[in-house]
Design a protein around this ligand. Structure first.
Ligand code: CP3
Length: 354
């Protein structure tokens, strides 16, 4: 029972899982593997249960969330589940008028552009997201020893959607605020760090065994700007959950020049996209942290031999690391053949077994 568990709420078998061991840089029987965006459109069983239910509504139904989160665990035998939700769920929960448009992404009705707009970003309370607590309770019972990863969007990536009003390639409105009104920008990110920290706390207290902070679009920033204008807000999030002792993962796309700083922000595990090989990434991140990654997700369209050769390259580059969690360098693409993912998980387990 939970009371017998050595660390907090965690059952011993979960604590001793390959995924959590790798995050703690302990020896593992095989390299653990999970896939960002493993739940979702690549799976026919996902498309079936989501039929007619809008994305954000689906995130508020605990039974549906539980089913969707479990689907890739059953199918692929991955070493961790990721909680089915979205980075904009806590923003919706505090009353912002936003939606996720299919094929587009998050769209915000009235962007946040002025100091007066900040008042719309109130604090998040656990009562705002009662369905998260309920779903994670159900999930951890169903998952048994398989760890559940909770997650949130990092302040910069959330701000990019809020200030732009939707997805962007250039982030010109968000960056204009960052460069032109640093005080307003800092206050915006500080509010978002409070909301994000509160959302992660809810997930950990409900039973999540690890948390990943997605700063997906931070790669748009130069290191000096990241350090000055973004790192303090992300560090605040990591500090706020440090006392729980669960591994904290941090990921962004195109962040080769930021890997050291993203570790410095307070991550235990730094996610790497496919642009930087892991043996080079570990030099950039420095000692004391595990790495996660980093197979190019488009490789999955190339056939079994190519997938295995490229997966082996990732494992070889990770051979000298203290802790490695195998993942893709970004999320599973919607057109990916799910069988290719199942075979990849099997390959990583077999090739890394010792
Ligand atoms: O397995 C999982 O990872 C599922 C949980 C999950 C979702 N979104 C569900 C989702 C996670 C971890 C996310 C994170 C997320 N959401 C990020 C960070 C990860 C990354 O990819 O960089 C970002 C930037 C978002 C914002 C967002 N939400 C985008 C860009 C999109 C895609 C829009 C589209 O339709 O192409 C979404 C929608 C979304 N979130 C879907 C899923 C399964 C697809 C919508 C659907 O199924 O109807």
């Amino acid at each position: 029972t939970a009371n017998d568990a050595p660390r907090g709420k965690q059952p011993t078998a979960t604590y001793d899982s390959a995924f959590l061991k790798a995050c703690r840089r302990e020896p593992v029987p095989h390299t653990p593997v999970w896939f960002m965006r493993q739940a979702g459109r690549s799976l026919p069983e996902y498309r079936k249960v989501r039929e007619g239910i809008p994305m954000l509504e689906s995130c508020t139904r605990p039974e549906l969330v539980t089913e969707i989160t479990l689907q890739p665990v059953r199918r692929h035998g991955v070493d961790a589940a990721i909680y089915y939700s979205d980075i904009v769920v806590p923003l919706k929960a505090i009353g912002l008028d936003l939606d996720i448009k299919p094929g587009v992404g998050p769209v915000v009705e009235q962007p946040i552009r002025t100091r007066a707009d900040l008042a719309r970003l109130r604090d998040l309370t656990p009562e705002d997201v009662g369905y998260v607590t309920e779903a994670i309770g159900m999930l951890t019972r169903e998952l048994g020893p398989v760890p559940l990863i909770g997650f949130a969007g990092a302040p910069f990536t959330l701000a990019s959607y809020l200030v732009e009003g939707g997805p962007s390639r250039t982030y010109e409105n968000a960056k204009a605020m960052m460069y032109g009104d640093p005080e307003l920008w800092a206050d915006l990110l500080d509010r978002l760090s409070g909301i994000t920290a509160a959302f992660l706390k809810v997930q950990i207290e409900a039973g999540a065994s690890a948390v990943q902070l997605f700063d997906s679009w931070a790669g748009a920033l130069a290191p000096a700007d990241y350090r000055r204008s973004v790192l303090p807000a992300s560090a605040k999030v990591f500090d706020a959950v440090a006392h729980y002792g669960v591994p904290r993962l941090h990921f962004g796309v195109g962040t080769g020049e930021l890997l050291g700083l993203m570790g410095e922000a307070g991550a235990d595990v730094v996610g790497v996209d496919w642009r930087v090989p892991l043996d080079e990434a570990v030099r950039r991140v420095g000692p004391g942290k595990a790495l996660q990654g980093n197979l190019d997700p488009t490789v999955l369209f190339a056939g079994k031999d190519a997938v295995e050769a490229k997966a082996q390259e990732v494992l070889d580059a990770a051979a000298g690391l203290e802790g490695h969690v195998f993942n893709l360098g970004h999320g599973v693409m919607p057109g990916t053949d799910p069988d290719a993912l199942t075979r990849l998980a099997e390959y990583v387990h077999g090739a890394s077994a010792r």
